[in-house]
Design a protein around this ligand. Structure first.
Ligand SMILES: NC(=O)c1ccc[n+]([C@@H]2O[C@H](COP(=O)([O-])OP(=O)(O)OC[C@H]3O[C@@H](n4cnc5c(N)ncnc54)[C@H](O)[C@@H]3O)[C@@H](O)[C@H]2O)c1
Length: 296
């Protein structure tokens, strides 16, 4: 509360229009920069730290286009792994003590059963998951060297307003182009937990305020529920283009590296006193409404 936030994004996937509200705040400073451009970032952050030292880095920069990363491994090496490496270098140079890191269910790979935080061994099946797991590894190594505290948040699928990717976003775009037919990758039986972005933010802030280990790592998800891709496709079609024919391309996975089904344990998160309000289907329904309202 009352903090100044300095945001950096190279806008390769981000949208400036999503920052319109934030930019109105006198407590938000934004600079379009590539965090892998170490020298420029170091100079910028040093100048900003004249106003007072940085307390925490919220590291959310990554490649969020998992399919693109499957086709070209360089993308996740640079955007998902080297961003973490360079952010840790910047943190060491500027003596920033704490990091909060956006990790993912993809680090678990196709692990059988409910995913607990201490599941293992971990064998990711996407370059994205591999580079996120490697990022977790260099964060824990940095704790040995100079970092004072880290929070690792393993997100499920996140939905909500101002989306730039994901199933709801893709389906709405496809129906905009062709309202008569919706092509869905896979057989529609993929089933994953979807969390609304408002609940994700609420959970992360709760965890930063209420967990004080040197290393704090948590799954964040809706309460023991998941949503099928078929549910999302039918709900989006109903809302955006009633009567559209849904055509499944077939096969259990949507794309190479897609973990088609998983289920998250959030017992560790609940033990800290945080509970999700929405089920996975409710989060999806709300996000469809929000994304449709934005288009108009
Ligand atoms: N949305 C989800 O379902 C989900 C699930 C699991 C994890 N995550 C993680 O949460 C974080 C936020 O994801 P999102 O869904 O908002 O995706 P996003 O693409 O909107 O956000 C990632 C941002 O990182 C920026 N970026 C990439 N490389 C950069 C670089 N070199 N320098 C500066 N900025 C760079 C992109 O421009 C983009 O704005 C990511 O780390 C993502 O891996 C998201």
């Amino acid at each position: 509360m009352g903090c100044t936030v300095v945001g950096i994004d190279n806008m390769v996937l981000g949208k400036r229009s999503n920052l319109v509200q934030a930019l109105q705040s006198p407590n938000f400073i934004f600079k379009e920069l590539d965090v892998n451009d170490y020298e420029t970032c170091a100079a910028f952050l040093k100048s900003q730290s004249q106003q007072g030292p940085f307390e925490t880095v919220w590291h959310l920069a990554a490649n969020s286009d998992i399919q693109a990363g499957g086709l070209n491994p360089e993308i996740d090496l640079k955007a998902t792994f080297l961003t973490t490496h360079n952010i840790l270098r910047l943190m060491q140079a500027l003596e920033i003590p704490e990091i909060a890191f956006a990790s993912t269910s993809a680090i678990y790979g196709e692990h059988p059963g409910v995913l607990h935080e201490d599941a293992g061994p971990l064998f990711p099946i996407s370059n994205y998951g591999a580079m996120k797991l490697a990022s977790e590894g260099i964060i824990t190594a940095a704790l040995e060297r100079f970092l004072k505290r880290a929070w690792i948040f393993r997100f499920p699928n996140v939905v909500g307003s101002r989306a730039t990717h994901g199933a709801i976003y893709d389906f709405l775009k496809k129906l905009e182009r062709n309202p008569a037919e919706l092509e869905v990758l896979g057989d529609g039986k993929q089933e994953k937990p979807y969390l609304h972005v408002s609940e994700l933010i609420d959970a992360m802030i709760h965890l930063c305020e209420n967990t004080k280990e040197r290393l704090n790592y948590f799954n964040i998800a809706p309460q023991s529920s998941a949503t099928t891709v078929r549910y999302i496709a039918e709900a989006v079609a109903r809302a955006a283009a009633p009567g559209a024919k849904i055509r499944y391309t077939g096969g259990a996975k949507g794309w190479v590296g897609d973990v088609a089904k998983f289920s998250y344990s959030i017992e560790k998160l609940k033990a800290t006193g945080w509970k999700p309000r929405l089920t996975s289907n409710e989060a999806v329904d709300l996000a469809i409404k929000e994304n449709l309202a934005q288009k108009r």
